[in-house]
Design a protein around this ligand. Structure first.
Ligand SMILES: C[S@@+](CC[C@H](N)C(=O)[O-])C[C@H]1O[C@@H](n2cnc3c(N)ncnc32)[C@H](O)[C@@H]1O
Length: 424
């Protein structure tokens, strides 16, 4: 029994019921069909309130099941997780998702033949996945897509994302403790599980394996669909308050998809996309649309070198610092100081990254998702996600005159606004 004499299990199940009822009401009020596992099932169109309800539901349902299952049953489900990944690895690598027809069905012999593998292992993999509603086995040895498997078949960026995770990242993750054993007090791209497995840091390995690099980059578009939508950025910061014709410098901006989006929303602003990769910059240049072509430019720049633009209205750096350890981040931020000293006082440095919550600031469900990214950064780059305080510490280490004036944004991505005081 809980503190108030009420059953904790019932309290959690009531939360599950209330949250589910709110979602069903939302579907009815907005004339949406309920989702099913069918391959053409609609997905729930959320607004912010329903998204908050979905999080509450997940948190309560997971806690409820964990309590009812108890630790032994929990570990019975967990300790073979790597074999779930093994099934995904085979299914993705041998294109089982593509080979099951959308809006049709296929028997096992034909599927194995198309995949070019033996019928026995093909069947075991698909049947394993079907137990998680990834594919439906509609009759013995006859399969069709489920909503989940159909997404992989339809969306190349999701397929690429999953492939790079179950291929190189899964292999890299398995070297995590070896990496820490090798360098117990040092973590960077050279001393990362990825480098332990592949012999070099991820960015060098991808440069030498361009087909995997392209797959990785395509997968990043899949991540943006799930977790770091750039659409919310428009409202996360008062961009329109920057001076007219102001210049926003998008540091490590890749091919500039964020600047292109913001430029289309704020016709009074100009953007300079900086990146070390000439390939990405050329890719962005080729994607300029007439409405922004005059206002978005591209510049090759290494963010460890002194920032050359000294008349910016804002410096913006998105999802770059989480790829680097603290020492490197301090160098990246410090390279901006001479430029900020020459810009107008109050010129914002905007750091757009996931922000790890303080204890109990978020539900366990949400914190777990964020900490999965943190472990991902450790495995791939020997780097980390940070709390607001950790960002503040980095800024102060780079220059004690930095002050965090506000943290914008309410979803998993935050926008830390820092100013450099011009007084000594
Ligand atoms: C995770 S991506 C983020 C891209 C973009 N800001 C976004 O949010 O989609 C990191 C970016 O940092 C760039 N990068 C890596 N090392 C760099 C360096 N030394 N100088 C400038 N850019 C660099 C990469 O080329 C890549 O585009």
């Amino acid at each position: 029994m809980g503190l108030a004499g009420q059953s904790e299990l019932l309290r959690l199940s009531q939360t599950v019921l209330q949250a589910t009822s709110a979602i069903v009401r939302h579907l009815q009020e907005t004339n949406q069909e309920e989702p099913s596992f069918h391959q053409n099932s609609p997905v729930i169109q959320n607004d912010d309130t329903i998204e908050a309800t979905r999080i509450l539901l997940n948190d309560a349902a997971h806690s409820l099941l964990r309590l009812v299952n108890g630790p032994v049953n929990e570990f019975r489900s967990f300790f073979m997780t790597q074999y779930d990944l093994a099934a995904y690895q085979v299914a993705l690598e041998f294109e089982l998702f593509r080979n099951v027809p959308l809006n049709g069905k296929i028997n096992l012999s034909e599927l194995a033949q198309k995949a070019g593998i033996d019928k026995d292992r093909c069947g075991r993999v698909v049947k394993h996945l079907a137990t998680q509603h990834v594919f439906n086995e509609i009759q013995s040895d006859i399969f069709e897509h489920s909503a989940t498997s159909a997404l992989i078949a339809r969306d190349p960026s999701i397929e690429a994302l999953l492939l790079s995770q179950v291929d190189e990242m899964f292999r890299a993750a398995s070297e995590s403790s070896t990496c820490v054993q090798n360098t117990p007090f040092e973590s960077d791209s050279v001393n990362s599980p990825f480098a332990t497995r592949f012999g070099k840091p991820a960015y060098l390995w991808y440069a030498e394996n361009p087909e995997k690099g392209v797959r990785f980059a395509r997968g990043m578009a899949g991540v943006a669909q799930m977790d770091s939508p750039i659409s919310t950025l428009r409202d996360d910061f008062p961009w329109a308050s920057l001076e007219t014709s102001g210049k926003v410098v998008d540091i490590g901006g890749g091919s500039g998809h964020v600047s292109l989006h913001l430029a289309s929303q704020f016709p009074g602003l100009n953007f300079v996309v900086q990146d070390s990769s000439s390939k990405m910059l050329a890719d962005g240049q080729a994607r300029l649309t007439p409405d922004v072509v005059e206002r978005v430019s591209f510049m090759q720049h290494d963010f460890f070198s002194e920032q050359p633009i000294t008349d910016a209205s804002a410096f913006f750096i998105r999802q770059c610092l989480h790829n680097w350890n603290d020492e490197d981040c301090v160098k990246i931020i410090r390279a901006l100081v001479p430029a900020l000293e020459k810009c107008k006082p109050g010129t914002p440095l905007l750091i757009n990254d996931e922000i790890l919550p303080m204890l109990n600031q978020k539900t366990k469900f949400e914190e777990h998702l964020l900490r999965q990214y943190d472990m991902c950064m450790f495995v791939v780059f020997g780097s980390k996600q940070r709390t607001e305080k950790e960002f503040e510490k980095l800024l102060k280490r780079a220059d004690p005159r930095f002050k965090v004036v506000k943290v914008h944004g309410t979803n998993s991505m935050g926008l830390v606004e820092a100013h450099l005081s011009h007084e000594l």
